[in-house]
Design a binder for this molecule. Sequence first.
Ligand SMILES: Nc1ncnc2c1ncn2[C@@H]1O[C@H](COP(=O)(O)OP(=O)(O)OP(=O)(O)O)[C@@H](O)[C@H]1O
Ligand SMILES: [Mg+2]
Length: 344
Amino acid sequence: MIRDGEVFEDDHLPDPIVGRNRHMNEVTDALAPIEEGFRAENCFLFGPSGVGKTTVAKAAVRELRREVLEVPYAYVNCWRDYTRNAVLDQLARNLVGATVPRSSSTSRLIDLIKSNLHGPGVVILDEVDQLRGTDVLYDLHDIRGLSWIGIANREIDLFADLDDRITSRISVAYRVRFDTYGEDTITEILSRRARDGLGPGAVNEDVLARIARLSEGDARQAITALRVAVRMASQEGLSAIPERLVEDAVTNAEREVRQKTISKLNTHQRALHEVLTEEDGLIQKELYARYEETHDDPVTLRYLRENHLPKLEHYNLVEVEWDKGTKRYSLVGVDHSQSTPGQL
Ligand SMILES: Nc1ncnc2c1ncn2[C@@H]1O[C@H](COP(=O)(O)OP(=O)(O)OP(=O)(O)O)[C@@H](O)[C@H]1O
Ligand SMILES: [Mg+2]
């Protein structure tokens, strides 16, 4: 049934982008000065998971590079590369194509970028809320011609850790908020994927609309559900997806997306997840105490509360319940009823 599997990969960049004209325009406006040879405005995209933030940022850069060929560009995922040096290392390699000696110092990396960037360039800082310390934003500001598109789940104060004198020199001109998609947009996104990736007649509009309805405005969930539904139908030897498979496909897709996210967690987030796997339903203090025992280099409770726990919530790995004025954390997708035998 699948004609082109690449269409269902998470990093597939569709063309055109469906239903995000306003967002695309804001980001391309921010980048427009590059077309005149100037530094672009920094911009900051935020909103829930699976709503097209990474897609829009990459598509806007793709559009720019159609106008101005070869604009130096790099994509950095700050969840993986969260230190100042890791980000600068990525830029030295990917933005300006420098040969980077192993364990280069911060100033060496900055010099490499500065001496090899001759004109405007742009960097996408995805998951920018995962940076450990934001002084790298000042480093970037100091590199002539360089601008960035930052992406995070919530509107955060990117400059909270920076000195006021520095903050006043770095500005974010555009803040672009993303909301979840409506069902019609998700259906349209799915319909294009089906057209590009599946054989004719593999899926009908009703099935797509049903997946859209169950995916709660999250395009990643919806696309994964479509792919899972194809797999389930193929396993039954069918050449089209019957509607009866949709509900299970959506549930299985949720599990698949969660598993993928778990594999991306950093050591702190993983430790939290493991603590909750062993004992569910902990309040913040209990959770912190258990985390502190398991992690060699624990962060403070405040950092945990402001950074790692919201990340787990955002990716729908952990759910929070208010219990007598305090937050109680549980894993999503765990059948809590199993642990209380005797209940119906
Ligand atoms: N408007 C769109 N048109 C076509 N495909 C889309 C659109 N928006 C999102 N997608 C697809 O949905 C998936 C998730 O999108 P994306 O990675 O951009 O989400 P995100 O907002 O960055 O989420 P997260 O916060 O989890 O990183 C990708 O496979 C992407 O191709
Ligand atoms: Mg993203």
